[in-house]
Design a protein around this ligand. Structure first.
Ligand code: ATP
Length: 361
C-alpha cells in the first residue's frame, strides 16, 4: 500500500525562511492529489521533501507505513517527473527509459522488455532510437513520463510537468495523465500553479499559500465552499467578485459598502450578532444576473470592457469604484458605458470576515 502521510512536515531554509509550515495530510493509496498555489507558496519544496531531495526540518513523512525522513531518494520507491523533462541528451529514448532499471542492476533482457511495454503504453515506440533533441517538447515530456513509469514505483511525484508545453499540448497531456492514472491505479502527487489543471486532474486538491495549507478538498467542494478569501479568489476564472462592506440587519440583511446598499433577500440563518460586522461578500461571475430595473437588491455597474470568448461573454464593469466581472451567455453584448443592474443569486453568496478573510457564511 502506497499511503503517503505527512505529519506536521516543516521546511525551514538555513536563511530562516519557512517554506512549508507544519503540513499535515494523508494521500490515499491510488489517489491523484494535486498541490496547487501561487508561485513561492512552497509546493515544490513540499514535493522535494517527499522525494528526499530536500531535508525535512521537522515532522514525519511515512510512505506505506515506513518513516522516510532519513531514507535516501533511491530507496523511497518513488519516481519524479520534472517540468524540464531532465532527459539525458546523449542517450536514445530507449536508453533514457531503461537507465534507471540498468542502474538498479536489472538484466538487459528485462530492461528491454519493460522499455517496450512502457513505450507501447505511451505510444512512443517510433522514437525509441531517437535522441531527445530530435523530439518536440510534448514528445520529450512523454518520454520523461515513460522513464518514471518504467520503474513501476509506488508513488509518482510530478512537478509542473506540463508547464513548458503550449496550450493545446497541455490539454492533451493532461488527459493522458488522467488516463494513465486510471489505468495504473498508482498514487500520484501532482504540483501545479494552474487552477484548471488542478480542478480537472485532482481527486482532491491541497491549496497552499505562504507555506500553509489553506484547504484540502475535492475540486467542486473547494469551488463551492472555499474556506477563506484566498481560496475563493484563486479558484475560478474569471475570479470571484469581492464586495467589501458592513452587514446591516433591518427587515432583512443588507450590505452597506462603496457599491451602495445592497439588500440580500432570501438570506436566512445568519446570527443577529453579525449586525454591523465588517465583511467581504463574494459572488462568482456566473451568479450575478442582469435585471431590467434597479432595486434595493441590485448592484448598478457601468460596463467598461466586453470580452466575448465564443461560448460566453465576460462583462468587466465598475461599481463604487471597484471592478466587477459578470459571465453571460453570448447573446447579450452591452456597449461599454452602459449602466446595468445586477442581482446576486442569494443561494450562491460567500461571506468572509473582513479582517481574517475566513469564511463565515
Ligand atoms: P514556484 O511555483 O515559483 O516554483 P513554489 O510554490 O514551488 O513556487 P518553492 O519553490 O517551494 O515554491 O519555494 C517556497 C519558498 O521558499 C519561496 O519563498 C522560495 O523563495 C523559498 N526558497 C526556495 N528554496 C530556497 C532556498 N534554497 N533557500 C531559501 N529559500 C528558499
Amino acid at each position: 500500500m502506497a499511503v503517503v502521510r505527512l505529519e506536521a512536515l516543516r521546511k525551514e531554509y538555513p536563511d530562516g525562511h519557512v517554506a512549508v509550515a507544519d503540513a499535515t495530510l494523508e494521500i490515499a493509496d491510488g489517489e491523484l492529489l494535486v498541490l496547487v498555489g501561487p508561485s513561492g507558496c512552497g509546493k515544490t519544496t513540499l514535493l522535494r521533501m517527499i522525494a528526499g531531495l530536500e531535508p525535512i526540518t521537522a515532522g514525519t513523512l511515512t510512505i506505506g507505513g515506513r518513516v522516510m525522513n532519513e531514507v535516501p531518494p533511491k530507496d523511497r520507491d518513488i519516481a519524479m517527473v520534472f517540468q524540464n523533462y531532465a532527459l539525458y541528451p546523449h542517450m536514445t529514448v530507449a536508453e533514457n527509459l531503461g537507465f534507471g532499471l540498468r542502474l538498479r542492476g536489472q538484466h538487459r533482457h528485462e530492461v528491454a522488455r519493460r522499455v517496450r511495454e512502457v513505450a507501447r503504453l505511451l505510444e512512443i515506440e517510433p522514437w525509441l532510437d531517437a535522441r531527445p533533441g530530435a523530439l518536440s517538447g510534448g514528445q520529450q515530456q512523454r518520454v520523461a513520463l515513460g522513464r518514471a513509469l518504467v520503474r513501476n514505483p509506488r508513488v509518482f511525484l510530478l512537478d509542473e510537468p506540463l508547464s513548458n508545453l503550449d496550450a493545446r499540448l497541455r490539454l492533451s497531456m493532461r488527459l493522458e495523465i488522467a488516463r494513465l492514472h486510471r489505468r495504473l491505479g498508482a498514487t500520484m502527487i501532482y504540483v501545479t500553479h494552474d487552477q484548471i489543471e488542478a480542478m480537472t486532474l485532482g481527486q482532491r486538491i491541497v491549496m497552499l499559500d505562504g507555506g500553509v495549507i489553506q484547504q484540502i478538498d475535492t475540486p467542486m467542494s473547494l469551488y463551492r465552499r472555499p474556506a477563506n478569501r484566498f481560496v475563493a479568489g484563486f479558484l475560478g476564472s474569471p475570479a470571484m467578485n469581492f464586495l467589501p462592506g458592513t452587514l446591516r440587519l433591518a427587515d432583512g440583511w443588507a450590505l452597506d459598502g462603496p457599491h451602495g446598499v445592497l439588500t440580500l433577500p432570501g438570506v436566512a440563518g445568519w446570527p443577529g450578532s453579525w449586525d454591523r460586522r465588517e465583511v467581504t461578500l463574494g459572488v462568482r461571475p456566473e451568479d450575478l444576473h442582469p435585471v431590467d430595473a434597479p432595486g434595493l437588491h441590485t448592484l448598478s455597474a457601468r460596463v467598461e470592457v466586453v470580452e466575448p470568448v465564443g461560448n460566453e461573454v465576460f462583462l468587466n464593469l465598475r461599481t463604487g469604484g471597484k471592478p466587477l466581472v459578470v459571465r453571460l451567455p453570448p447573446r447579450t453584448l452591452p456597449e461599454p458605458g452602459t449602466l446595468v443592474h445586477l442581482a446576486p443569486d442569494p443561494s450562491m453568496l460567500h461571506l468572509f470576515d473582513a479582517a481574517s478573510g475566513e469564511r463565515i457564511g
